[in-house]
Design a protein around this ligand. Structure first.
Ligand code: GLN
Length: 537
């Protein structure tokens, strides 16, 4: 008989009391502790939405749409996972109910269940289990975060599926971690454990007994809540971690390690335990909490300024570049739409040491972004353009040098001078899901260009998510506009990178380099930008 393949160990992370308590960061942190012990770790988010993916979700509500190298449009937690595990995940790391249901129904249509009554249990729950198991295959550990709060109607099939996995695989191979919230009552000066107790009861009522409990709170609770939590939730004291708000999210792996969670998890799952190497985390936390001598001010010209989660990866990439350059960064959110008309806001741009125009869709705020790029060109203020930020930069350069009507198809569909237009294969796809140019694409950087200097190499690969491109008919005009296409697709057809020819740092990419930046390894475009900003400040 052939020897059976290695048994993956599964860690399921659920949440109770309320959403938004940091399940994603907890799941990612546990992953990083196991990876630091030399184990191979995969991680996956299960979201109970009927969407197929995050591509069509409203970023103002759900935060950034993160893109994996293989072109999946995912929940922003996948971005945390990549940064915490320092790895490149795949489309399989983001699983939404919509996909599960559509695959089950597709299976029904193609005869997979001939003669059977297709039901949530067992067909949907089995399909979830197969998908989770396949994603974990060949890894030592697979971590699965279930989105939402336990007890929500929508996530019941995921909860049932992981309960069954727990029964099938047994306690040696599965571990359930529940993340709960402990409110603090200022009036009586107490931490209340009752919501956490109820949340565990809810989980038990669905057949899952948690092995570990992470108790989130805003303030630091006294150790005396531990025996109480343990007594009334039935979770052993050694497997409970108190997790008050951290100064930086990058502290969480260290806090969980200090609470003993890394060892408890490894021991219970029988994982080979090696002393974890957390040196790089310690360095990140040190950088993140250092108060440097000087501070730079960078403006992000944004459309969604009420929910900064919308620009999560950009924010993280900027911060890590600033740490690497030993400066504090003051990120100023500039409302792109207000910038279109508000004279005071326009003159307030002079307070900025650098300008970043991130990605975006639709017409709203575009004129403000173009204005910011024009301003940066004229005043030689460092500029970093990401995707839409490149498109607006090209329009700005054209307008600054006389082509007043320069526009993009998103701004004016019938505009005569559409220097930015739909890519040939994208014309009829606007507003349809999963149809953009997505994921990794290569580019070649021109010798002697700023782009090439910043990357230090000729061939690069970056992740994409867009429908429009630089219209090739206008490329011969770039020199006159004071810019050049310093990065092209290998066949030369698509402009991937532009830069201003007479400017200290005006660099923009059609891609999203922010997705590849890491807390301890900032992306070169961000680091180059921050260095230019420092020089300008
Ligand atoms: N809306 C632009 C396009 O589709 C830019 C997209 C983006 O910034 N991700 O090309």
């Amino acid at each position: 008989m052939a020897r059976s393949a290695k048994q993956t160990k599964f860690i399921f992370v659920t949440g109770g009391v309320l959403s938004g308590v940091g399940k994603g960061i907890t799941a990612a942190s546990i992953g990083s502790l196991l990876k630091a012990r030399g184990l191979s770790v995969n991680i996956q988010k299960c979201d109970p939405y009927l969407n197929m993916d995050a591509g069509t979700l409203n970023p103002a509500e759900h935060g950034e749409c993160f893109v994996t190298h293989d072109g999946a449009e995912t929940d922003l937690d996948v971005g945390h996972y990549e940064r915490f595990l320092d790895t490149e995940l795949t489309a399989a790391s983001s699983l939404m109910s919509g996909r599960i249901l559509s695959e089950v129904i597709g299976g029904e249509r193609s005869g997979r269940y001939l003669g059977q009554t297709v039901q949530f249990i067992p067909h949907v729950t089995d399909h979830i289990q197969r998908t989770i198991a396949a994603t974990g295959k060949s890894f030592d550990v697979h971590i699965i975060e279930i989105g939402g709060t336990v007890g929500d109607y929508e996530s019941l099939s995921f909860i049932e599926a992981i309960r069954e996995m727990g029964v099938n695989l047994g306690p040696d191979n599965c571990l359930f971690v529940h993340v709960v919230y402990m409110p603090y009552l200022g009036a009586s000066g107490e931490f209340k454990t009752k919501p956490a107790q109820n949340a565990v009861r809810e989980l038990r009522s669905l057949g899952i007994v948690p092995d570990a409990l992470i108790a989130r709170s805003e303030l630091k609770p006294p150790k005396s809540v531990l025996p109480k939590l343990s007594m009334f939730t039935g979770v052993e004291r050694e497997a409970i971690a108190l997790l008050p708000n951290a100064k930086t999210i990058y502290e969480v792996p260290l806090s969980l390690e200090a609470a003993g969670i890394g060892d408890v998890v490894s021991r219970r799952l029988g994982l080979r335990s090696q002393k974890p190497d957390l040196a790089s985390w310690q360095r990140v936390v040190k950088s993140a909490s250092t108060r440097y001598r000087s501070t730079i001010k960078v403006g992000i010209i944004a459309k969604y300024i009420d929910n900064q989660d919308t620009y999560m990866s950009v924010f993280e990439a900027l911060r890590s570049a600033a740490w690497a350059a030993d400066v504090n960064i003051d990120i100023v959110w500039v409302n792109a739409e207000s910038l279109e008309k508000d004279k005071n806001l326009r003159s307030a741009l002079t307070a900025l040491d650098g300008i970043l125009v991130p990605g975006g869709f639709g017409r709203r705020g575009l004129e403000g972004k173009i204005f910011a790029a024009q301003y940066s060109l004229t005043n030689k203020v460092p500029y970093l353009g990401l995707c839409l930020g490149l498109q607006m930069a090209v329009i700005a350069a054209a307008r600054n040098t006389g082509l007043k009507g320069a526009t993009s198809v998103e701004l004016n569909e019938k505009g005569a001078s559409r220097v930015i237009d739909y890519m040939a294969d994208q014309k009829d796809k606007a507003f349809t899901g999963g149809s953009m140019r997505l994921g990794n694409y290569p580019a070649k950087l021109e010798q002697g260009s700023l782009a090439r200097r910043v990357y230090g190499q000729e061939n690069i690969i970056e992740r994409h998510r867009h429908r429009c491109e630089c219209a090739n008919a206008y490329r011969p005009k770039y020199a006159k506009w004071g810019i050049k296409a310093s990065g092209l697709s290998p066949d030369g057809h698509l402009v991937e990178m532009i830069e201003a020819t007479d400017h200290p740092y005006f660099l923009a990419t059609q891609a999203h380099p922010e997705f590849r930046s890491r807390p301890n390894r900032p992306h070169p475009m961000f680091l180059g930008f921050i260095k230019a900003v420092i020089a300008n400040s």
